[in-house]
Design a protein around this ligand. Structure first.
Ligand SMILES: C[S@@+](CC[C@H](N)C(=O)[O-])C[C@H]1O[C@@H](n2cnc3c(N)ncnc32)[C@H](O)[C@@H]1O
Length: 343
């Protein structure tokens, strides 16, 4: 599909064009910043960003493509990150909560929420926002409640919602829990009324010629065994007339039965390239990834889709522009939808 007469790649370029940062623009501390998918969307909405991330390749990608810089650091509670911030945003590591893992939540040493909460306590931002996998709403629901209670204890109204990336033009079925701590008057962005397919995202790339990544005979045999063993009714190849399955580090990086792949008309299958994964995540082609191929796949799979982040970024800008009197009039109790719906 097209928007107006814009094809998908052109739409990405137009929607994620980065305005020159204004010195009076709000500043977001972006914790666990990855390669900057969340930051790209926020910068497109006119917000300055400052990233903190331990992975050197991801950090270099961030600083190379965004106006904001990324500081390579292993985040721990109690760290002094900067003098002040208008916003604290981030995607604390999802492995402790993802359904594919052990879901040990706060008992998992990789849990990043102590760092996130400490930054909110320290900087008292006008708004804090984090995103995580939907698994957080299930086995770790009690821990999510604790985090929300801590944010409320710091004087915020907290609202959470399951966001579907496809509703913001991302050609992918990806659901993420987004939690916002605010001072009144926050509104989640309305869904946009268009949807792109995997075909819209991939068809104009020439990757199948320049970097085909054909599956070897043994990988093909492995896929066949996997599909048989899992009684797969619908092959897990990409269906170009629909949004793709959720893009993850694992299904981009590993030649597993679950890998994202395209089946060609002649029956051969090929894995996706980094650029194709990036297109499915809604990164524009000018955004280039640093590091070896495996690292680049991880950066892409870990990211918040920039188009989804952009919608959240504009919602944050609307919130920040609201006068305090209007904000006070709109104060309402938080904790809506997601927790109750899935309770
Ligand atoms: C889900 S990814 C974040 C993705 C990012 N929000 C984006 O949109 O591109 C989580 C990131 O946290 C980083 N990370 C995990 N623990 C960390 C720590 N203690 N200090 C700094 N970075 C950490 C990982 O390297 C990973 O890049």
């Amino acid at each position: 599909m097209t928007i107006g007469n814009l094809r998908y790649a052109e739409h990405l370029n137009a929607a994620l064009k980065l305005p020159k940062p204004r010195s009076d623009a709000p500043l977001a501390l972006d914790l666990f910043a990855g390669c900057g998918g969340l930051a790209l969307g926020f910068e497109a909405a006119g917000i300055r960003t400052l990233g903190f991330e331990m992975d050197p390749d991801a950090c270099r990608t961030y600083s190379r493509n965004l106006h904001g810089e990324c500081r390579q650091v292993f985040l721990e509670p109690g760290m002094d990150l900067t003098s002040e911030a208008d916003l604290v945003i981030g995607g604390p590591p999802c492995q402790p909560f993802s359904v594919g893992g052990l879901q040990e939540g706060s008992k998992d040493a990789r849990d990043g929420f102590p760092v996130f909460l400490d930054a909110v306590r320290r900087y008292r931002p006008k708004l804090a926002l984090f995103e995580n996998v939907r698994g957080m709403m299930y086995a770790n629901k009690a821990y999510l409640e604790q985090i929300i209670t801590r944010l409320e204890g710091l004087g915020y109204i907290v609202e959470d919602r399951l966001i579907h990336a496809v509703q913001y033009g991302v050609p992918q079925r990806r659901e993420r829990l987004v939690v916002v701590a605010h001072k009144g008057g926050w509104a989640f962005p309305n869904p946009e009324n268009f949807a792109f397919t995997a075909g819209d995202a991939l068809r104009d790339l020439d990757e199948s010629i320049s970097n085909p990544k054909f599956l070897t005979a043994s990988m093909d045999a492995y896929v066949a065994r996997y599909e048989k063993a899992s009684k797969c009714v619908r092959p897990r190849d990409l269906h170009l007339d629909q949004p793709s399955r959720t893009v993850t580090c694992r299904n981009l990086n590993g030649a597993t039965g679950d890998m994202l792949r395209v089946k060609l008309e002649d029956g051969r299958r090929r894995r996706l390239t980094v650029r194709e994964g990036a297109r499915l995540q809604s990164f524009p082609d000018w955004f280039e990834f640093e590091g070896a191929e495996g690292s680049q796949y991880n950066q892409v799979g870990n990211a918040v889709p920039p188009l989804m982040a952009r919608a959240l970024g504009f919602a944050v800008m609307r919130y920040l522009k609201m006068a305090d009197s209007e904000r006070a009039a709109q104060k309402r109790p938080g904790r809506q939808l997601a927790l109750l719906e899935h309770g």
